[in-house]
Every structure is written in structure tokens, then in C-alpha cells.
Design a protein around this ligand. Structure first.
Ligand SMILES: C=C(O[C@@H]1C=C(C(=O)O)C=C[C@H]1O)C(=O)O
Length: 275
């Protein structure tokens, strides 16, 4: 237990959670890529001019809120990493539409407080939303319309949710880094020096490994598995053209958006850490 009554986290444990979440991110994107773009799902429609995609996310989040989802996320990391659930509990996932969420209808057990109370103010979901619909979907999906709009937006929601969770775990990464070296972080926080904080919390070698591993996971999870001899090919070495998603799209996703946004979360969290 630390001074705030929270349990001690280690950087290794949080990084382990991030590695496991890569699997969920890759699988969610593979599922979405089974459908073409399905543009009508994103066109403004009825219900205040909202698209089906926005309608679905708002309604799904309202349901999640009633079921106390945003207040008790023990289960999500339990599923991801049963053996580290004792050391990490995520205080809350971050909704895309926090305004007007209904109150929880069921009692919850509060997880131990690990983060600074102002952590709940840190969100980059607007940037994730824009990135997903404007940049990633065109790379991930082929042009076309198969009419499966409801399934499509349910898959979009799964992608958004898992990417948001991954990126907002940056709060936990930042907390651990701060606790490990308060003497290095505190002066920069006091000086509100975002650029130097960014430099201090960046580990380029770790990022290179993340990119390579995610690309490899996309290549491995995205191949068609069959029982015939694969013309002498080694197992697990599908060519990129045989993959369900282009593996380089996944490494680009992490390189250009997921890791930079995770680091933005880290910086934003740290800037409030001494308040
Ligand atoms: C998350 C971390 O902070 C930064 C962000 C990384 C990421 O998003 O994967 C990786 C390394 C760091 O530059 C970390 O140190 O593990």
C-alpha cells in the first residue's frame, strides 16, 4: 500500500497489461476489417442528426454506465491479466460521451485508489474518435457496402473501447514513473514543462519493440489457419497479402497514434500530479 492507500504498481506489471491489450486491439480491428467501409453507418441520420455509429456508442455507454461499468473495471483487467489483477485495478474507463450518462443502478465495490483524483479529468477520447473514423478506418477497410450497419458499428464500438482503454492506461504508466523518480519529474511538473516531461517519459527502445510485436501479432493472428500442408511454408509466416489486415497498418497505428496519445495522457496526468 502507498500513502494514498493504493497498492503499489510496477512499470513491468503495467507494461505487461499493455502487451496483453495488444491482442485485444489486433483482434478487434481484424473483426472490423471483415466488413467493408459501410459509409451509411457514419452518415448523419435521424435522432438529432447523429450517425448510427454515434447513436450506438452513446447508447452502449449509457447501458454500461447503468451497469456501473465506468465505476468498477476490476473485471476488465482481470480478464486481460489474471495474475496481475492483484496489483492493478483500473479505476475507470473513459467514456466518449460523458455528458448525461445515467447513474449506476447497481452497487459497486470501489477499487483501491491508485491514481491522483484529478486523473478522471484526463481524456483524449476526442482525438481517438477522430483518428479512428478519419484515419484508421480508411486504411483498415475496403471501399464498399455490405448492408451490415448494426454489426459494423458494434465492431467500431469494440475497437474504440479497447483503444481508449489502452491509451488511458497511460495514467497508470505515468503514476509509476512519477513514483519511481519524483525528484526528476517534480521540477518539470512545477515548471509545467510539457516538452521535457515528454522527453523524460519516452523510451524509444520500448516503442520500437511495441511496433515490431504488434506487426507480428497482426501477421500471426490475421492468417487463415488450415490443415493442409502450406507448400513447405513455416507455420506463422503468412505473407502480408494473405493477412486479414495489412500488418503494417497495425504498426503505423501504434507508431503514429496509439503511442503518441498514450504519452499525451501521461503528460496530461503528470501536469496535474502535484495539484
Ligand atoms: C507506455 C510507456 O511510455 C511510453 C509509451 C509507450 C507506449 O505507448 O507503448 C512506450 C514507451 C514509452 O515511450 C512505457 O514506458 O511503457
Amino acid at each position: 500500500m502507498d500513502a494514498a492507500g493504493g497498492e503499489q504498481l510496477s512499470l513491468a506489471a503495467v507494461r505487461d497489461a499493455l502487451v496483453r491489450l495488444e491482442d485485444s486491439v489486433v483482434f478487434a480491428l481484424l473483426e472490423r476489417a471483415r466488413h467493408p467501409r459501410n459509409a451509411p453507418a457514419y452518415a448523419p441520420g435521424c435522432g438529432g442528426g447523429r450517425s448510427l455509429a454515434e447513436f450506438f456508442v452513446r447508447e452502449a455507454e449509457a447501458l454500461n454506465a447503468k451497469a456501473s461499468f465506468f465505476h468498477s473495471i476490476h473485471a476488465s483487467l482481470l480478464r486481460l491479466a489474471p495474475e496481475i489483477s492483484l496489483t492493478i485495478t483500473i479505476q475507470e474507463d473513459v467514456p466518449f460521451f460523458p455528458q448525461d450518462l445515467p447513474s449506476p443502478l447497481f452497487p459497486t465495490k470501489s477499487p483501491p485508489k491508485v491514481l491522483h483524483p484529478l486523473a478522471s479529468m484526463v481524456t483524449v477520447n476526442d482525438a481517438i474518435w477522430k483518428m479512428y473514423f478519419d484515419e484508421l478506418l480508411p486504411l483498415l477497410t475496403v471501399d464498399g457496402d455490405d448492408g451490415n450497419y448494426a454489426e459494423t458499428v458494434a465492431l467500431d464500438f469494440a475497437c474504440l473501447q479497447v483503444m481508449s482503454r489502452r491509451i488511458h492506461i497511460g495514467k497508470y504508466v505515468a503514476e509509476v514513473k512519477f513514483k519511481d523518480a519524483p525528484q526528476d519529474y517534480s521540477p518539470l511538473i512545477q515548471a509545467k514543462d510539457s516538452n521535457s516531461l515528454m522527453d523524460l517519459l519516452t523510451f524509444k527502445a520500448v516503442e520500437e519493440k511495441v511496433k515490431k510485436r504488434v506487426e507480428k501479432k497482426a501477421r500471426t493472428f490475421g492468417q487463415n489457419v488450415n490443415l493442409e500442408d502450406n507448400a513447405g511454408k513455416q507455420e506463422g509466416t503468412a505473407g502480408d497479402s494473405e493477412c486479414k489486415v495489412d500488418p503494417t497498418v497495425l504498426s503505423k497505428l501504434y507508431d503514429q497514434w496509439v503511442m503518441p496519445l498514450t504519452k499525451d495522457v501521461e503528460v496530461e496526468y503528470l501536469l496535474r500530479r502535484l495539484d
